[in-house]
Structures are given as structure tokens and as C-alpha cells.
Design a protein around this ligand. Sequence first.
Ligand code: ZN
Length: 272
Amino acid sequence: MADREVVQEKSTCTRCGLTKSLTFEHVPPRGSGENGPTRLYNMLDALTAETVPWDFRGREFQNAQRGTGGYYLCSDCNSRTGRETVPAYLEMIRQTRAQNVIPLELQWARGASWQVSLHEIEPNAIARQVILMIACMNNHTFVRSKNLLTILLDKHYRPKKFEHGLYVFINAGALSVSYPAIVLGGLHGKMSVVTGVFTGTYSFQMELDQRTNPHGYADISNWITDFAHGETASIDLHIPILETNVGLPGAHQSRAEILQNLEQHRRSQTAR
Ligand SMILES: [Zn+2]
């Protein structure tokens, strides 16, 4: 879904890796109806601020009038993914929004989840579109692993094994953060490399080094291996609703928990 606006300077295309003029790519795709003018805040500012993470007053931001995205893909890759994977992704979003009747009390309930029934969708193309969006959030070195690269480049390539975790959840929190690969420690004593992209409907996380699914996300990793390109299936997804109020991947504390922690911290400071 490209604006046909081309940057003058050549750069490396995230998908094909060639040095070419890049076109503006909307992430998520513009046709999803959830990519309008946006304020972009620096995550580091939010993490180091003295205020609660969702208080943006006085913080600097960048106005993204055309929505979120950037110059990630060359014109050829933009057109090709626009044909091969974007339509299947948009169909999943369309069906989801048609069923989007999450009761308000559920949206903010801890441990809540929502069941969506997707009818005759194309799982392989959708998963490849999600990986592409995540790749765009990273830089062009992200897909240099041969497996990922071939998944993005060749629609008929169906790996026997997909060693990454690809997950879906619904964000009910105050922040919408997309982040390049981040290494997290302390997860059952293991390191975990996580990256992801948030949209108005779904949020997607990818675990790069393992598949631990620490928060019980809906796991769609098998959409890459179990379905051929063009193959359709009707799938029920049980999707957890998790808050994101801190700009770190996998930090799903509720606002109430954060406020409680802050209060406890304040009390322990004054007791000293
Ligand atoms: Zn390209």
C-alpha cells in the first residue's frame, strides 16, 4: 500500500536487501483503517520519566501526519507484498472488526481473552505480512537469516520448521509501542529476544531465539509451516487481552499495579 512518493536517496530494502530508492510503507497497511495521524513519543523518555508512563504532558513528540510507517521497501517489494500478503491481512482485520464486540468490562479485566472466529482466511499470507511488518520495524539486517528471508521472498516456500514464536494479543493498555528486537533477561533465568508491532486491532510479538510464549499469547507460528500460500482455513483464535502501559515488550502490568508499585516505593522511601 505505497504512496508513490520515492525518497531521492537510495537505501537498503528490508525485504529484498537491494540498494534502491524506497517508497513509504504504512505499518499497519493503510487499508486497515487504523493508520491515521499519530504522535510518536520516544520510548526512552517514557521509561526514564518521573511521571507515570502514560502521562505525556510536556514530553516531546513527533507528528506523523500520514500515519505510522517509513521508508522500508523498494517499489517492487511494496507492490509485490501489496498483492501477495496485504489483502489476506486486511481480510482478517475486516472480519475481526465486524465481530469486535468486546464488552467494556472485559477490555480492562485482568486475564480476559476474546474468541474470534475467522472464516476462510489465508493463514500463510497473514503470517508473512505480520513478519514483514515486524521486519520493517527493525532494519534490513533483520531478515538476513536464510529462513526468514526465504519466507518473505518466496510465497511458495514452506519451511518444515519455524523456530521463532509468532504471537497475537489485544492491547487494552495506555501505550501502543512498536519496537525493534530487544533482549530481555530474567525470563525464567533465560534471555529472550523479542520484537513486535502494535496496531489498533491486534498486537503482534515475535520471539526470535525460542518459543516460550511467556504470556499465553495466541500462537500463530504454525501458520507458516502448516498452510501453503493461497490455502484457506477457518480458525478460531483465543486471544488474550493484555495491557501495555510500560514501553517494554512483554511488560503487561495493569495501570492499577503500576500505581500500587509506585505508592509502595514512595512509602518505603519515606520510611527510611
Ligand atoms: Zn525490495
